[in-house]
Design a protein around this ligand. Structure first.
Ligand SMILES: Cc1ncc(COP(=O)(O)O)c(C=O)c1O
Length: 475
């Protein structure tokens, strides 16, 4: 073992009694730091030196193997040192730094590295200024899993999901999840259809939109018709991903406006904007801002009638980012999924009501032929022939395993219980909030367990619902 290997030894060193951190922390040689102690000794007050010497043989396994001093660049170069000090505000320099370690510039990679504990502590402390994930209700994303799931995560975080030949069991588990979702959403052939895991619903929506666009292009080409003006239809309350999709892939967005007395996309609005260039209609099962389900079955029926009148065959992709893991359990009789033959694909966020940590989404196609074959790339250089349809290549695999963990750990009855409890919380809160005079409950969690409320008209002109004070000028 050469001395560099030492840097990988864990420094699980307890602090000694009555010693402050910068006095006692180990200064073991490190691959990146060079050996610092002599300069430290020079600069350290006597008392500290004594205390440190006292503890050193116990704490520092490499005490006797310290090599020659390599001074840090800042002490070798006084001008630079002064510069660094004057840029102090733009650097991160916690008090527990070992002597000889440089402050880390905020916006430039430091010339020298630092010991792992210093780097850890710096980042750990900075994170303390973040919000607390468990208090974050803003994005519906899972912030807690049980400890056995955490253990699984820790065992799998270094596996690259794309490496399907190397991690064949992970691949097999991913496939099982796809089959289970296809089955949950009533695909006619859950064992034959296709689907992929993604980083979240956003990537899944992009893939769904691309499949719709390619399918439309192929059909148009077959008919000898132009393909230069595709459009896509969704409500004006759509999640931003669909606006991104339209922008990034050159598809005209066509909005069906919602109204205060109708907070969802209605079939009349859809029929008013679709035409032969429409690649698809995107109802949301769980509108992001209200939690409301858009009426997929009614929209599908309207499009069926349009087809029988005009021959236009316009497919539906359901953005079930939230509802895909709610409706099958809380509203099992609602028909919104592949039971409707017009629904060609569905996406869901595994990291929302799928109850997995951030970083997982899914898209499933009704039947294999609904995903145009020419969108699939076959990668051979990782060994074998790996079909891939994704916007990214390398991805963590742990979340896929955690999704599977939840499927087998909770089962359908477990998912039902979790979602039912969430919904009862939403109902409780909405009932209580409704009794507070200035507020008017808009949605009470009867669709996805999300409630929304508004300030009653004219109740106050001084505050808005975010708690922002509106500035009032008195003359
Ligand atoms: C309806 C809808 N679609 C897509 C998304 C994007 O989901 P993700 O954060 O999983 O990318 C969201 C997120 O809130 C959503 O509500």
């Amino acid at each position: 073992m050469n001395s560099h290997d030492n840097s990988y030894h864990p420094y699980l060193i307890p602090f000694g009694p009555s010693l402050s951190i910068n006095q006692t922390y180990s200064t073991s040689p490190n691959l990146y730091m060079g050996n610092q102690p002599p300069s430290f000794i020079k600069l350290t007050p006597k008392k500290t030196l004594r205390t440190r010497s006292l503890w050193k043989p116990i704490y520092d396994p490499y005490y006797n193997f310290l090599g020659p001093v390599k001074r840090s660049r800042s002490t070798r170069c006084p001008r630079r040192h002064a510069q660094m000090m004057s840029h102090h505000k733009a650097s991160v320099n916690p008090t527990y730094f070992r002597n000889g370690e440089e402050p880390a510039p905020r916006f430039r990679m430091p010339d020298q590295g630092m010991l792992p504990e210093s780097a850890y502590q710096m980042i750990h402390d900075e994170m303390a200024l973040d919000g607390k994930p468990k208090h974050n209700l803003a994005t519906f994303v899972t912030t807690w899993m049980e400890s056995s799931a955490d253990r699984l995560y820790a065992e799998a975080f270094n596996k690259n999901l794309i490496d399907k030949c190397e991690y064949q069991q992970t691949t097999s588990i991913e496939k099982r999840c796809i089959r289970m979702l296809a089955d949950l959403w009533h695909a006619p052939y859950p064992h034959k259809t296709v689907g992929v895991s993604t980083t979240g619903s956003s990537e899944a929506c992009m893939l769904g939109g691309l499949a719709l666009k390619r399918r439309w292009q192929k059909a148009r080409k077959k008919q000898g018709k132009p393909i230069d003006r595709p459009n896509i239809v969704f409500s004006s309350a759509v999640q931003i991903v669909w606006e991104k999709f339209a922008n990034y892939w050159d598809v005209e967005p066509r909005y069906v406006n919602i109204a205060p007395n109708r907070l969802w996309m209605d079939p009349e609005g859809v029929l008013a904007v679709v035409d032969e260039n429409t690649i698809g209609v995107i109802p949301m099962l769980g509108v992001t801002y209200t939690g409301i389900y858009e009426p997929v079955a009614v929209i599908a029926k309207a499009l069926d009638e349009l087809q029988s009148r005009t021959g236009l065959d316009i497919p539906i992709h359901v953005d079930a980012a939230s509802g895909g893991f709610i409706a099958p359990f809380l509203q099992p009789d609602l028909v919104w999924d592949f039971q409707l033959s017009r629904v060609k694909s569905i996406n869901v966020s595994g990291h929302k009501y799928g109850l997995v940590y951030p970083g997982i989404g899914w898209i499933i196609w009704r039947e294999a032929e609904d995903l145009p074959e020419d969108l699939i790339f076959h990668v051979s250089y990782l060994g074998g022939n790996i079909p891939t349809f994704a916007l990214s290549f390398s991805r963590p695999s742990a979340q896929v395993l955690l999704q599977y963990y939840n499927f087998i750990r909770l089962g359908r009855s477990g998912y039902y219980e979790v979602q039912r409890v969430s919904q009862s919380v939403a109902h409780f809160l909405s009932n209580e909030i409704q009794t507070i005079e200035p507020f008017d409950v808009l949605t009470n969690g009867s669709d996805i367990p999300v409630l929304t409320w508004r300030l009653k008209e004219g109740f106050t002109s001084n505050w808005d619902l975010m708690g922002n004070l509106k500035i009032v000028f008195y003359s």
